[in-house]
Design a binder for this molecule. Structure first.
Ligand code: CTP
Length: 435
């Protein structure tokens, strides 16, 4: 693929060298377009040597090749890393006073920007307005990571690590390549039925969650029995994490409450273990939210008592060879139903939109879908994502097949088999219509 790597004038420009290497080693044809300020941090010889191509920040080199138009037109992806406050402002207002800003105006491929700057500059309403404008136009903004900045200060503003940016680039290129090879029927697209065959086109749905606050719970809770044992379940958290990433890509500010380890740049991750901790974290974020998605597999029960020291098999094997085969009885108590609590807490206001998940198996009492519809009514949420579970299905897999149900509507959206990212997009397509 042809990639243009734009580099603006920030100290994080040095990290773009590693990103360039990763892209080049993966076989992409990378042209580096630094701004004049970027060259004060990393010189042209470095970019030229690493990319194997001449490098110029202005439109006056190799004019006969019309690079200011050709580079953008021919690119499969443009990524700007780091994108400074100045570059974001220029891009948002359509200025074109150097090669990079010209490329941004001529590119029709996916455009990714990774802002990096001091926290005050990032938080400034002018920068945030520029980010919103760019997001609405379909630019994929990778939010800055939090951490140590150039001086002694810390906070949001760091350029995410090159590996993270590289993964975003690959995902964007894979998406747009799938979309280019897909002839999706207008009907299917209109019904927002997403599958591996009906991938999101570049920019489709982008920015539709801009400014929205989203809470996603993910993973299976672990209910401790003693310091080494817990009651758990087989949920991997992958679908919930994909939902969080997809919402962030569409412009939302996302809080992910998860029991599965996650380092997702730009997402506020709250690590929890038990259902009670998950309840506390979800309720804390709920008040400010526009959408809550309960994708977590919350344990319905927990051990009534926690043994502060390891429960011993104790005297079961005696020296004389006789066996004591007694085993402890574990008493369980019910965990709170977080989803039901959220529905009660919002009362008749209808806000936030609440999305539940249901892991179902068909049985003598009904099909997976019938159980799903009954659960949607019982739970009182707005949307229910129904998963068929069972041997070899869903848990830990990268693909998923779900049916999305809406309260008050007989229609259902079948999704998959599709990647968990594509399933997430389909869920957000439905939720976005309710906002
Ligand atoms: N859920 C919750 N709190 C619980 C249990 C479940 O918030 N203590 C949420 C899940 O995150 C999911 C939805 O409720 O969004 C459905 O969970 P599920 O376990 O399928 O529903 P139950 O009401 O527990 O029904 P079942 O008897 O089928 O287990």
């Amino acid at each position: 693929m042809r990639v243009v790597l734009g580099v603006a004038g920030g100290i994080a420009a040095y990290k773009a060298c590693s990103l360039l290497r990763l892209l080049a080693e993966a076989g992409h044809d990378v042209t580096v377009v630094p701004t004049a300020a970027a060259l004060k941090f990393v010189g042209a010889p470095t970019w030229a040597a690493l990319s194997g191509k001449p490098v110029s920040p202005d439109v006056w080199s190799s004019v006969h090749e019309v690079p200011h138009v050709r580079l953008g037109q021919e690119a499969d992806l443009v990524i700007v890393a780091p994108a400074t406050a100045d570059l974001l402002a220029k891009a948002a207002t359509g200025q074109a006073d150097d090669l990079l800003t010209n490329v941004l105006l001529t590119a029709r491929c996916p455009v990714v920007m990774a802002p990096a700057m001091h926290t005050e500059m990032w938080d400034h309403p002018a920068t945030q307005a520029n980010v919103s404008t760019l997001t609405e136009r379909g630019v994929h903004i990778v939010p800055p990571a939090s951490g140590r900045l150039t001086g002694k200060d810390t906070g949001p503003g760091r350029l995410p690590e090159p590996e993270v940016l590289y993964a975003v680039c690959e995902r964007e290129m894979a998406r747009s390549a799938t979309a280019a090879h897909t002839v999706a029927s207008a009907d299917a697209a209109a019904r927002a039925t997403t599958s591996a065959d009906v991938a999101r086109g570049p920019g489709r749905g982008r920015g539709d969650l801009t400014g929205r606050r989203v809470v996603v719970s993910a993973g299976g809770t672990r209910e401790p029995l003693d310091p080494v044992r817990y009651l758990g379940n087989r949920s991997s958290g992958k679908q919930g994490h994909a939902l969080a990433v997809s919402a962030a890509e569409r412009g939302a500010r996302v809080t992910l409450v998860t029991s599965a380890a996650a380092d997702l740049p730009g997402i506020d991750v709250v690590a929890v273990e038990t259902a009670l901790q998950m309840r506390e974290a979800v309720l804390a974020a709920f008040a400010d939210s526009d959408v809550v998605v309960m994708a977590a597999a919350v344990a319905d029960f927990r051990p009534a008592a926690y043994a502060p020291s390891k429960i011993k098999k104790s005297h079961s094997a005696h020296v004389d060879g006789s066996e004591d085969d007694s085993a402890p009885t574990i008493t369980l108590v019910r965990n709170p139903d977080i989803l039901a609590e959220l529905v009660r807490a919002r009362g008749g206001s209808g806000s936030p939109v609440i999305v539940g998940f249901a892991a179902e198996t068909g049985d003598d009492d009904g099909t997976v879908l019938e159980h799903g519809r009954a659960k949607l009514e019982r739970k009182g949420c707005d949307v229910l994502v129904v998963n068929e579970v069972g041997e070899g299905k869903t848990f830990g897999a990268d693909d998923n097949t779900v049916t999305v149900l809406r309260r008050g509507s007989d229609e259902s959206v079948e999704v998959g088999p599709a990647t968990k990212a594509a399933v997430s997009d389909a869920v957000w397509d439905v939720v976005a219509t309710l906002l």
